[in-house]
Design a protein around this ligand. Structure first.
Ligand code: GLV
Length: 318
């Protein structure tokens, strides 16, 4: 009998066909996340699950999934999964590092440039028909990335890819990492120095209990007047209320791709601010990268079903 696999995100037909040769699929094809009680019942007799960020797999759900051997998420982040509980239960957890590094780093740079060169303000000015006065020497003056000091929080693959891009721009790059790293053109500093002296702070650490609200009200207060926070990592890294207050006061700018609650609620005060650029969690959203993520996630799943080591595993059970 073929093993059962639950799929909680829409996947291409070709992927479904490939998987259907090896397993019986139970697919949730809706745009909304699968309701937890339904997921819990679907997982009762499943050997594998292919999921993404919208599917929460806490210990309480995993406890009922007695036959589960592999969780494969189409994401690099695994904060929606209780990885410790999975390891304890002998469930391998696969994710998609590496293949999304460049796309995510590109988006961090896109946010930096959008804010430093006031791209959205310029777009609104032109598209609203307000640009009627011709060229003006002081219209929409911004700042140069080449003259900026950029602080990178977390020098994993994505942080390093951001540093590589900033070197080409000629920025001064400072960085903090849990363990010191020797990266060309990057000066390692402590977090206080980074937050107090950077013109841009860009976050590239995983969301864990240790990094929850790493950007606290106090850290935001340390940032220079007029500095910019870039977050393409996870919303939980930032005290969003404190950030909203700092933005509303006009003291800081922000480029955000991720939020405490996603989708961003319609009544979020962030929506009313014009010193932010807001994106809908699209760090890895290029066609090539999403294809590569799906391929790696399926390889992880298949390896887990065959009780082989996962190509990209984030826990000892794999
Ligand atoms: C996206 O946020 C991911 O973790 O892949």
């Amino acid at each position: 009998m073929l093993p059962k696999v639950v799929v909680t995100l829409p996947i291409p037909d070709a992927a479904k066909q490939r998987l259907a040769e090896y397993c019986v699929l139970q697919c949730w094809d809706e745009a909304d996340p699968i309701p937890t009680p339904l997921l819990r019942s679907w997982l009762q007799d499943s050997v594998g699950v292919l999921c993404s960020l919208g599917t929460s797999l806490p210990a309480s759900v995993l406890a009922d999934a007695k036959q589960l051997r592999v969780i494969s998420t189409v994401s690099v982040g695994v904060d929606h999964i209780d990885v410790v509980a999975a390891s304890r239960a002998g469930i391998a957890v696969g994710h998609t590092p590496g293949v999304l590094t460049d796309s995510t780093a590109d988006l961090a740079l896109a946010l930096m440039l959008a804010l430093s060169r006031r791209v959205l303000e310029g777009h609104r000015y032109v598209s609203s028909g307000d640009w009627t006065d011709g060229w003006s020497p002081d219209l929409l003056l911004g700042s140069d990335l080449s003259r900026a000091r950029v602080g990178i929080v977390g020098l994993g693959p994505i942080g390093q890819a951001v540093a590589k891009r900033l070197r080409a721009f000629g920025s001064e790059i400072i960085a903090w990492n849990r363990t010191a790293r020797a990266i060309d053109g990057v000066t390692m500093v402590d977090l206080d120095t980074l937050f107090m002296t950077a013109d841009f702070v860009s976050l590239h650490v995983a969301s864990t209990a240790d990094t929850h609200h790493l950007v606290s009200r106090d850290r935001l207060a340390q940032m220079k007047h007029g500095a910019t926070l870039i977050n393409t990592a996870r919303g939980a890294l930032v005290d969003e209320q404190a950030l909203t207050d700092a933005l509303a006061s006009g003291r800081l700018y922000a480029g955000l791709d991720v939020y405490q609650t996603e989708p961003l609620p319609a009544d979020s005060p962030l929506l009313g601010l014009d010193n932010v650029v807001l994106l809908p969690h699209v760090g890895s959203a290029t066609a090539k990268t999403r294809n590569a993520m799906m391929a790696l996630a399926i390889d992880n799943l298949m390896a887990g079903l065959n009780q082989q080591p996962l190509p990209a595993c984030c826990n000892p059970a794999g």
